[in-house]
Design a protein around this ligand. Sequence first.
Ligand code: LCS
Length: 415
Amino acid sequence: MNTKHLGINSKLIHAGHTEDATGAVNVPIYQTSTFAFRNAAHGAALFAAKGDGYIYTRIGNPTIHALEESVAELEHSCGGIATSSGMGAICTVYLALLEGGAHMVSTASVYGPSRGLMEKDFSRFGVQSTYVDTTDLTQVKKALRPNTRLVYVETPSNPTMQVTDIKQVAAIAHAHGCLVVVDNTFASPYLQQPLDLGADVVLHSVTKFINGHADVVGGIIVAKDMDIYKRLRKAMVNSGCNMDPHQAFLVLRGLKTLGIRIERAQQSAMEIAAWLEKQPEVSAVHYIGLESHPQHELAKQQMSGFGSMISFELTGGMKAGRLLMDHVRVATLAVSLGGVETLVEHPASMTHASMSAQARRDAGFTDGLVRYSVGIEDAEDLIADLRQALDAVSVESLGRTLESAISVPPEPTLV
Ligand code: LCS
């Protein structure tokens, strides 16, 4: 069905789905590694990219193709490339668009391993990188070098919820002859379409909002033009970062409810963020829907909603952050985000522990930061859960302080 003229919720249901001979309403799982050629000429034509059909699942598969077509349409792109994971998508992008001696400028507050892969692995092949606060356009301009090939932006960023102006960054990067890549995981295509704002490539960890049910790990990349798309697809096929057909089937199923999941979760997120702002144990709340967020106005312009990711800082620092993890009951203590269940984690000791303490501070977050991915439970239950957890943290912190004040120091060792 041609869905180009339809609204986003209709696209979520129908885009990418072409009816097969059976009339199956859902795209079947083509669980096969290889596809038989009709004859030698057909096989040769497929290898010469001249015929219709499939060769081998690492190169392409109908179930995976349906997901790629669907996300490509949602992101207003010429084509999608599904990958084994979000990190598979990031690795493919670096591999396809950088080479030894090239330089990349990136958001400092990116998902930890996106930075780790560049600084610890791609650097071994002579790729250079500079991490800056991309919400500050002067820092982006200053970081550009003659050999800069890529400006990589994560917006909103993980876990600081900083919003980068995609249009402005694209104008700066393009004037310098660089490509712009946006990690759109936190917004999802339901809330933000970076290609329309000037980006050249968009990637997602589909593990998060796109799938939305915490049962699949996957990634996807979409490109603005065919030339870039072909470079990315070649890198994915050659590196073997492909998605599996069963993974693609589950993601296609999750994708259908993206709109209603996000609408509900972001309504609760707004309530929870406003409540958190009033709690004495909380020194800062980073939610782009709050007027107090420094890029609230920009988020309003470049996104169609504020999403459901919140991070907040506890006055009690690292100790309070870790204690809170042990006391939440409705929210699940787990990494990942963007699912129907509310997930809570402590970036300094978990997702962003691979960054140095200095890099975390430079990226703009403290060791008392808590990341909270709002799911679709009842908002009042989540608020009550946070309140009892904050109370328990206060009681336990006080207990530990008293304990250390009255504890008898150990006997000095006699030598
Ligand atoms: N990009 C962003 C913004 C992410 O948050 C993640 C994973 C990735 C890429 C990588 O995707 P994956 O390979 O896991 O599918 N973020 C995680 C997080 O914050 N907690 O656990 C995983």
